[in-house]
Design a protein around this ligand. Structure first.
Ligand code: ADP
Ligand code: MG
Length: 547
C-alpha cells in the first residue's frame, strides 16, 4: 500500500532527494493487482453473503439492526439493502441486485451470485497473467453468446406452451423457497387474477395483516387500508356516497402563531362558540349531501367526530395520500381541499367495511369504478411472517406481470438455462474468439454452472455431482433438464427432471437482466487498477470479509 506516496520510485528522477507529493495529505492509494485483488474479494463477499438463500431449499437470513428490529428474509435485494454494505466495489455488486429488483422484480440472488462467480473465475485468469482487458472483452463476447442462447431457449419453451403462458406456474416458481410456499397455489391464483384486472402494476396494492394464516389471503376489488375508524363507537359499515378530503375538519387555525388577549370571561365563551359554530357548519355541509363515509388526509376535530358519529357517518382520519388517491380511483371520488368546495360531483360511491377480526383493524373500500385498484389482503401469523409474505408476493406479482405483457418470453428454470449456456459456450468458444480471449469466454460459460450448483448445494446435493449431471444432460442438448429438488430418493444423488413438465418456468427477461447486470458489474470491477481513497479517516472500511 502506498500512503500519500511520492511518485513511484521508478518515476523519481535520479539524484532528486525530495519526494514530490501530488495528492492531498491523507490520501491512500492502491494499485494494480493489489487494488484488483482487494476489490474482487470485497465484491465476492457480497455473493457469499446471499448464496445460501438461493433456490427452492435456500435458507432465510435474520437481520437485526441496532435498535433490535428484526427482519427474516430470503430475498437477496432486501438482505443487501438492510446490511448497509460500504466497500465501494462491494457496493457495485449491490447495485446489481437493486437494478434486478427494479427492472425484473425477481432473480436478485442469482444476479449477485453470478457476478461473484464471474469475478472468481476472472481472478484465476489474472493469476495466470492474462490482462484484464482481454478478460473483459472475452466476457462481453460470452454475454452476447449467452443472450442468443437464452433467446433460442425461449423460442423452444414457447413451442411447448402454444395454448398460452401458464401465468400461475410462473408465479409459483417465484414463490418456491419462500415462507409463503405452503400456499403457493392460492397465492399464484391470486397473483394471476390481480394482474389481469389492472392496467399498471402500481394498481395492485398489498395489505399485510397479522393474526390470520397465509391461507386466508384474498384478492379484494378495491382498496384495503391499514386504518381504523375515527371513534370506536362509530358505524362499522357504510354504503353510499363517500367524500375524500385533503384537508382537516377543524376550526380554521391561523397560520401565524397568534395570541388572543381576552379581558372578559364572556369573551372566552364567545370565542369557543365561534369555533364550535365553524365546525358545526362543516358537519352540516357534509351531512346535507348525504355522505356515508369521509376519508380525510388530516385530523378531524373531536366535536366533528361526535356529530358525524351521531348521524352514522363513518369517519377515517389521517389517511396517507397514496391511500386517498387509490380510494378516489376506486370509487370515482374527487379529492377536495376545502370542505365548502365539496359538491355532489366530488362524491364517490362505495361500500365500506371496518374489519376488526384480526390483530389489527383495517378498512375495505369496495370499487365501483373501472379501472380500479385491487388489493391483496395477505395474512401472516406474526408480523415477520406477514412481511416476508409481502416480499414474496412482490416477486410473484412482478414476474407474472412481465410474463403477461405483450411479446413476453418465458424460459425453463431450475438451473437448466445456466447449464445450457455453460455447455453451449464450451462448444462454440473457438468460433467466437481465439487465444487468451477464448480462455475468458470459456471462463464466462463455466461461471454459469454456479447457479445449478448453488441451488443443489442448498438442497444438500454435492455441487460436483450437480455440475457433472447437468453438464452431461445439456451437452446432449436436453435443454429441458432442470435440477430435481423435491425428490423421494434419500441417497442424496443429484438428479434431473423435465423442467417444462414440472412447470418450473420464468420470464426470460429475468435471466437476461441478471446476465447483463452481473457481467457489467464484473467488468467494471475488473477494469479498475487504481484505487485512490481521498483523506480517509481511520483504517479502510473493508465491509464484508470473505468467509
Ligand atoms: P432469486 O433471488 O435469484 O430469484 P430464488 O431463491 O428465488 O433466488 O431462486 C431462484 C432459482 O430457483 C431460479 O433459478 C429458479 O429457476 C429456481 N427454482 C425455482 N423453483 C424450482 C424448483 N422447483 N426446482 C428447481 N429449481 C427451482
Ligand atoms: Mg426468486
Amino acid at each position: 500500500m502506498i500512503s500519500n506516496s511520492p511518485m513511484g520510485e521508478d518515476m523519481q528522477p535520479s539524484g532528486q532527494q525530495q519526494p514530490i507529493f501530488i495528492m492531498q495529505e491523507g490520501t491512500q492509494q492502491k494499485r494494480g493487482r493489489n487494488a484488483q485483488g482487494n476489490n474482487i474479494s470485497a465484491a465476492r463477499a457480497v455473493g457469499e453473503a446471499v448464496r445460501s438463500t438461493l433456490g427452492p431449499k435456500g435458507m432465510d437470513k435474520m437481520l437485526v439492526d441496532n435498535t433490535g428490529q428484526v427482519i427474516i428474509t430470503n430475498d437477496g435485494a432486501t438482505i443487501l439493502r438492510e446490511v448497509g454494505i460500504e466497500h465501494p466495489a462491494a457496493k457495485m455488486v449491490v447495485e446489481v441486485a437493486k437494478t434486478q429488483e427494479s427492472q425484473c422484480y425477481d432473480g436478485t440472488t442469482s444476479a449477485v451470485v453470478l457476478a461473484s462467480e464471474l469475478l472468481k473465475n476472472a481472478e484465476e485468469l489474472l493469476e495466470k497473467g492474462i490482462h484484464p482487458t482481454t478478460i473483459t472483452t472475452g466476457y462481453r463476447k460470452g454475454l452476447e453468446a449467452s443472450l442468443a442462447i437464452v433467446n433460442h431457449l425461449a423460442e423452444k419453451t414457447a413451442l411447448e406452451f402454444e395454448e398460452g403462458i401458464p401465468l400461475k406456474s410462473i408465479a409459483m416458481t417465484a414463490l418456491t423457497g419462500k415462507s409463503a410456499e405452503s400456499s403457493k397455489e392460492l397465492l399464484g391464483e391470486i397473483c394471476v387474477s390481480a394482474i389481469q384486472e389492472v392496467s399498471s402494476l402500481e394498481d395492485i396494492r398489498t395489505l399485510t395483516v397479522t393474526g390470520g394464516s397465509v391461507g386466508d389471503t384474498t384478492l379484494f376489488h378495491g382498496v384495503a387500508l391499514e386504518k381504523d375508524k375515527a371513534h370506536p363507537r362509530m358505524v362499522n359499515e357504510a354504503i353510499g356516497k363517500i367524500a375524500v378530503l385533503s384537508c382537516a375538519i377543524e376550526a380554521k387555525q391561523s397560520k401565524i402563531e397568534a395570541q388572543v388577549q381576552i379581558s372578559d370571561p364572556t369573551q372566552v365563551a364567545a370565542f369557543l362558540a365561534e369555533e364550535e359554530n365553524a365546525i358545526k357548519e362543516m358537519v352540516l355541509h357534509i351531512e346535507s349531501m348525504g355522505v356515508a363515509a369521509v376519508f380525510a388526509q388530516k385530523g378531524v376535530d373531536d366535536l366533528a367526530i361526535h356529530y358525524l358519529r351521531r348521524s352514522e357517518t363513518l369517519v377515517v382520519e389521517k389517511v396517507v395520500r397514496s391511500d386517498l388517491d387509490a380510494i378516489c380511483k376506486a370509487t370515482g371520488a374527487t379529492m377536495v381541499s376545502d370542505i365548502f368546495d365539496l359538491g355532489d360531483d366530488d362524491l364517490g360511491e362505495s361500500s365500506i367495511q371496518v374489519v376488526n377480526d384480526y390483530d389489527m383493524p383495517f378498512i375495505r373500500v369496495a370499487s365501483t369504478a373501472t379501472p380500479s385498484p385491487v388489493s391483496i389482503i395477505a395474512f401472516g401469523s406474526t408480523p415477520h411472517v406477514a412481511a416476508e409474505i409481502e416480499r414474496a408476493l412482490d416477486d410473484a406479482l412482478g414476474v407474472c406481470w412481465l410474463a403477461y405483457q405483450k411479446d413476453s418470453q418465458i424460459i425453463v428454470g431450475g438451473g437448466a438455462p445456466h447449464a445450457h449456456i455453460a455447455t453451449q459456450i464450451a462448444k462454440v468458444s473457438h468460433e467466437i474468439s481465439k487465444g487468451r480471449e477464448r480462455m475468458a469466454v470459456e471462463a464466462f460459460g463455466k461461471s454459469m454452472m454456479i447457479i445449478p450448483q448453488t441451488i443443489g448445494e442448498n438442497a444438500g446435493l454435492d455441487p460436483v455431482d450437480v455440475a457433472l449431471i447437468m453438464g452431461s444432460e445439456h451437452r446432449e442438448n436436453n435443454w429441458k433438464s432442470a435440477l430435481l429438488i423435491e425428490t423421494e430418493d434419500e441417497s442424496g444423488n443429484a438428479l434431473v427432471c423435465d423442467g417444462i413438465e414440472k412447470l418450473i418456468i420464468e420470464p426470460a427477461s429475468v435471466l437476461k437482466q441478471a446476465l447483463k447486470s452481473a457481467t457489467e458489474a464484473a467488468i467494471m470491477i475488473l477494469r479498475i487498477d487504481d484505487v485512490i481513497m481521498m483523506r480517509s479517516e481511520g483504517p479502510n472500511n473493508q465491509g464484508l470479509q470473505m468467509g
